[in-house]
Design a protein around this ligand. Sequence first.
Ligand SMILES: Cc1cc2nc3c(=O)[nH]c(=O)nc-3n(C[C@H](O)[C@H](O)[C@H](O)COP(=O)(O)OP(=O)(O)OC[C@H]3O[C@@H](n4cnc5c(N)ncnc54)[C@H](O)[C@@H]3O)c2cc1C
Length: 483
Amino acid sequence: MTALPQSSKKSVTVIGGGVAGMSAACALAEAGLQVELVERRGYLGGRASSYLHPGVGEVIDNCQHVLFGCCTNLIGFYRRIGVADRIHWTREMTMIEPGGRRSRLGPFELGPLRLPAPLHSAPSFLSAKAFSFQDKLALGRAMRAMMSLGPADSSQDPLGDWLRRHQQTDGAINRFWRLVIASALNAEIDEIAVPYAAKVIRELFLNSPEAGSMGMSTVPLGEVYAGVTPFLSGRGGGVHLNTHVEGAAWDEETSQWTIRTRAGEHTSDFVILALPFEGTAQLLPDLPPAEGAAELAAKIVRHEHWPICSVHLWFDREITDLEHAVLLDREIHWMYNQSRLQTGRGGHYIELVVSATRAFAALPREQAIRQAVTELAEFFPRVKEAKLEKVALVKEVRATFGVPPGIDSSRPESVSPWPNLFLAGDWTATGWPSTMESAARSGHLAAEAVCVRIGESRKILNADLKPSGLMRFIGEWRSRASR
Ligand SMILES: Cc1cc2nc3c(=O)[nH]c(=O)nc-3n(C[C@H](O)[C@H](O)[C@H](O)COP(=O)(O)OP(=O)(O)OC[C@H]3O[C@@H](n4cnc5c(N)ncnc54)[C@H](O)[C@@H]3O)c2cc1C
């Protein structure tokens, strides 16, 4: 990206050091603006961060954060700060039933022989023991319908109704839909808008093997962001941790914003609010009055949180040689073998993830841990002989926002009711569900909006991956139908 001429060097304050704020800040610093990134916590990352857990004396991520090949803006942000090589990519996924029977899903590869998308994973799917013949027929039917879902299908019906209309079997619903939707969208199938589910299915299973590859960090998330501070300070900006923004004032005469923190005030030409929806709502009363502010507040009220819990277990021996697995028919959904994924770690560290379950999030600590370990032993019998050395339970009750039918009208664009103040955050209008990719997209969109306002418009948003194989034609047909 070419930098702006020094004469037009403008200053920006980015409030919120999550993925949205970091992506916006780094893109604008690269474009030649002077950027200050302000974060209330003592570390960067927001809802995707790592910290030293006092109970176990280990640095842990607040939860395993998975990305996919289709997350082009998150990958673009990682490339910008030089950490894209910290991501370990895989195209295979093991599903395990209680009792231990395994099914492997992934693209078909026999030497140089590949199958074109959307058929690339068909052989592994057809041979998966986790699904009956009827489940496979039902899933094939639903996938075909989602492949070509047009704008007319963007109904107000939740996914659950759509699945029932498409005669999905209990096996397909419980072992595929609930699991995929809980993992990717962190909500129940009756709370999800059909177009969001279709987007996830197309990107993860149909568009191309590249789009569906799964990425996991080989280092704690904090190390992934370690490059942000030098990136900004090397371009004349900086990062301010432990700095809670309490309000902001606009000066009409100088056309500048002054943000107020307990540590003092800071003035800049532009502000990007890269906060979660509830953080934005908290700040609204401390922004100047503006036409449209009440409408924004009304949009925020329509958003709802969903929880994610993770159970971090250290055993005295290895309980499985798998790097990760999907666990069927139980509360725990995913197993990540962190000692294998994050190779710098010693010990035998397993992380379990429970998504979209308010009931599990409400359990007392001891009961939640007991249930998770008991369930884990049903998939990996070695757990019964192993000694559990230490354990941490992390409950994130405000992990993600939901995407029920009609939510798009409550996701604001980056241009805000205030002059020279832009909105970012995973919940803004990116078309993506609550993910790091949505956060990175929102950051890049807000950065583009700042550049447009300066009169130096430029492309910052990374392009989507193009569908491959037969999906190219289906994609073209779909975009023609939506015009
Ligand atoms: C447990 C869990 C598991 C998840 N798993 C995945 C996954 O596997 N894959 C995936 O893609 N996504 C996952 N997500 C979702 C993903 O983490 C979020 O969508 C994304 O990180 C949101 O980024 P953000 O920058 O929009 O918001 P945030 O991360 O919330 O960042 C906002 C920042 O603003 C700061 N802030 C708030 N108020 C102020 C203030 N007044 N002044 C200064 N700073 C302030 C906050 O401290 C925070 O750092 C998961 C989330 C959780 C919680």
